[in-house]
Design a protein around this ligand. Structure first.
Ligand code: TPP
Length: 526
C-alpha cells in the first residue's frame, strides 16, 4: 500500500503542481525526504518572501501555488503576505509542518497549538487532518478549494509522522479528481443587464482585477467600443484590466467615497465588473452614488456582492458573463471618448531623477508585453499615466497594500512567465520588508529587472500626513540605505542610475541579461 508521502506527490504532480515555495524546519523534513526530481523547490529566506513569490507565481500563472512553511513561527511570518493574497484571490495552497501527533498535546517545541486557527481569517479554509490517511484527501480539498471561485489561500497543518504512514486503499481516488465551475448567468439575468446597458443615456464602466485574472480584458474592450463609454479602473487597483492607452480609458478612480462620486457625476448607470464596490482607502466621506445614478455589479465573489453598500449585483464568472452579454449589446451612436492627453516631461534634479521620467524611459525602452510588479506607493498615479500596458497580466500591485510583496512577487511572476520581461518598480521603503528575496533571485537566476526608487522616505505616508494634518509624526524617513551594496551582498548585480543616460544603459543591460539586475535610482519625492 502506498505511503501518504507517495500519494501526496502523485496528487500534486497530477494537479500540475511541481514547484514548492518554502522555508523548512525539522517538522517539514519528512515531507521533503526523497524530493522527486521532476519537482522544483524554491527557497525563500523569510516566509514573507516565500508567500510573496508564491503569490506572484499564482497570480501570473492563474494556477494554484504550493507553499511549505515551518510550523507556527513560519506561518506567522507569512501572515502579512496573506492579507494581499486574500484580497487578490490568489489560490495559495499553504502547508505547514506540525509536531509528531503524540507530541502536540504536551506542547513540545514546534507544536503548532490550534494550528487551523492560526491563519484565520486570511484563508478560505484551514484544517489539520484527524488521521494520517486523511492527508492526501485534505490536500486535494485544499487544491480545489483554493482554485474554486472566489479563489483564495487555504491552509493545511500536517504532523511530521504522517508522511511514511500507509495511505489506505482508496487514497489514490483523489489524485485524478477534476472539479469545474460553471458560472454563467441565466437568460433572464443577461437580458435584464443588457437592457439596462442599452437603455442608459450616459453609462460608465468600472473594471477591477478579476477582469484581468479571468483574462476578460479583450471582452471589456469590445464592450466599451460597442457602448462608446468611458472606462475607469476600480480604486486601489491591483491589476490592469483594460489597456490604458485605449481612447475609452479614463484612469484609476480615487480610493475615497467622495472622490469616486465626484468622478462618476452625471452618469445614469455605473457598471462595475470584477471589483469590490468599492475598495476605499482614504477617509473622505460623502454620498455613495451621484444623484440619479444606478449601479450594477458583476462579480465572481458572493461576499463582494453582499457587502456592497449600494447597487444591484450579479454573481457569476466575469468572463462568461461578458461573453454572453456582448451579443445582446447594441452598437451605440454616442461618439467615442477622446484619448487622454500624454502628460508633459518634467525636470530631473542634480543626481536625482523625477519618477515621471523614470516611467517615461521605461515606457520607451521596455518590451511591449513587459509585466510590471509595482510597489512604490507614492507614484501609482503617475505610473498609470505614463506607462502603457496592453496585454492581460501586465501589472501587479499588493491587493491589500501590505508591503513586502513587490520584490518576491516580481520573482514569482517571472518564474511563471519566463517569456515576458518582468520589471519590479519598488520603493526603498517597500523593498526593505522583503530584501532577502534578492538571495532567491540570485540563486535561481531569475532574470527580473528590479528598479528601486530611492527617495529616502515613506513617500505615501508623507502624503497621508498632509491629508490627515499630522505634521510631526516620527519614523517617516528611511535615509542611507545602499541598495547596490545589499544586492551585491546577496549575489545580485547592481547599477546606480542617477542620470537619464545611466538609467537607459542599465535598462538595456538588464533586458539583455539571463539573471537579475537591480537598478537603484535616486528619485525626488513626489
Ligand atoms: N507596513 C506594511 C507591511 N504595509 C504598509 N502598507 C505600511 C507598513 C504603511 N505604509 C504604506 S505606504 C508606506 C508605508 C510604510 C511607504 C512606502 O514607502 P516606499 O516603498 O519608499 O514608497 P513611496 O511611498 O516612497 O513611493
Amino acid at each position: 500500500m502506498p505511503s501518504v508521502h507517495a500519494v501526496t506527490y502523485s496528487l500534486l504532480r497530477h494537479q500540475g503542481i511541481t514547484t514548492v515555495f518554502g522555508n523548512p524546519g525539522s517538522n517539514e523534513l519528512p515531507f521533503l525526504k526523497g524530493f522527486p526530481e521532476d519537482f522544483r523547490y524554491v527557497l525563500g529566506l523569510h516566509e514573507g518572501v516565500v508567500a510573496g513569490m508564491a503569490d506572484g507565481y499564482a497570480l501570473a500563472s492563474g494556477r494554484p501555488a504550493f507553499i511549505n512553511l515551518h510550523a507556527a513561527a513560519g506561518t506567522g511570518n507569512a501572515m502579512g503576505a496573506l492579507t494581499n493574497a486574500w484580497y487578490s484571490h490568489s489560490p495559495l495552497v499553504i502547508t505547514a509542518g506540525q509536531q509528531a501527533r503524540s507530541m502536540i498535546g504536551v506542547e513540545s517545541m514546534l507544536a503548532n497549538v490550534d494550528a487551523p486557527q492560526l491563519p484565520k481569517p486570511l484563508v478560505k479554509w484551514s484544517y489539520e487532518p484527524a488521521c494520517p490517511e486523511d492527508v492526501p484527501r485534505a490536500l486535494s480539498q485544499a487544491i480545489h478549494s483554493a482554485s474554486l471561485p472566489p479563489r483564495g489561500p487555504v491552509y493545511v497543518s500536517i504532523p511530521h509522522d504522517d508522511w511514511d504512514r500507509e495511505a489506505g486503499d482508496d487514497a489514490a481516488l483523489v489524485i485524478e479528481r477534476e472539479i469545474a465551475h460553471a458560472g454563467v448567468p441565466s437568460f433572464e439575468q443577461l437580458e435584464r443587464l443588457a437592457q439596462r446597458l442599452n437603455a442608459a443615456e450616459n453609462p460608465v464602466l468600472v473594471l477591477g482585477p478579476e477582469v484581468d485574472a479571468r483574462q476578460a480584458n479583450g471582452l471589456a474592450v469590445e464592450l466599451a467600443e460597442r457602448l462608446c463609454l468611458p472606462v475607469w479602473v476600480a480604486p486601489s487597483a491591483s491589476r490592469c484590466p483594460f489597456p490604458n492607452r485605449h481612447p475609452c480609458f479614463r484612469g484609476v478612480l480615487p480610493a475615497a467615497i467622495a472622490g469616486i462620486t465626484a468622478h462618476l457625476e452625471g452618469h445614469d448607470l455605473i457598471v462595475v465588473v470584477g471589483a469590490p464596490v468599492f475598495r476605499y482607502h482614504k477617509y473622505a466621506p460623502g454620498r455613495y452614488l451621484p444623484e440619479g445614478a444606478g449601479l450594477v455589479h458583476v462579480t465572481g465573489d458572493a461576499n463582494e456582492a453582499a457587502r456592497a453598500p449600494m447597487g444591484d449585483a450579479l454573481v457569476g464568472d466575469v468572463h462568461a458573463t461578458l461573453e454572453a452579454l456582448l451579443p445582446r449589446i447594441e452598437q451605440s451612436a454616442r461618439a467615442m471618448p477622446e484619448p487622454l492627453p500624454r502628460p508633459a516631461a518634467v525636470e530631473d534634479g542634480e543626481g536625482y531623477l523625477a519618477p515621471a521620467n523614470v516611467f517615461d524611459t521605461l515606457d520607451a525602452l521596455a518590451p511591449e508585453d513587459a509585466i510590471y510588479v509595482k510597489e512604490s506607493t507614492s507614484t501609482v498615479e503617475i505610473f498609470w499615466e505614463r506607462v502603457g500596458m496592453r496585454e492581460p497580466g501586465s501589472y501587479f500591485f499588493p491587493a491589500a497594500g501590505g508591503l513586502g510583496f513587490g520584490l518576491p512577487a516580481a520573482l514569482g511572476v517571472q518564474l511563471a512567465q519566463p517569456r515576458r520581461q518582468v520589471i519590479g518598480v519598488i520603493g526603498d521603503g517597500s523593498a526593505s520588508y522583503a530584501i532577502t528575496a534578492l538571495w532567491s533571485a540570485a540563486q535561481y537566476r531569475i532574470p527580473a529587472v528590479l528598479i528601486i526608487l530611492k527617495n529616502g522616505t515613506y513617500g505615501a505616508l508623507r502624503g497621508f500626513a498632509r491629508h490627515m494634518k499630522v505634521d510631526d509624526a516620527p519614523g517617516l524617513d528611511v535615509p542611507d540605505i545602499d541598495f547596490c551594496a545589499l544586492a551585491r551582498g546577496y549575489g545580485v548585480e547592481a547599477r546606480l542610475a542617477d542620470t537619464h543616460e545611466a538609467l537607459v544603459q542599465a535598462l538595456q543591460e538588464g533586458f539583455a541579461m539571463d539573471r537579475p539586475l537591480l537598478i537603484e535610482v535616486p528619485t525626488l519625492p513626489t
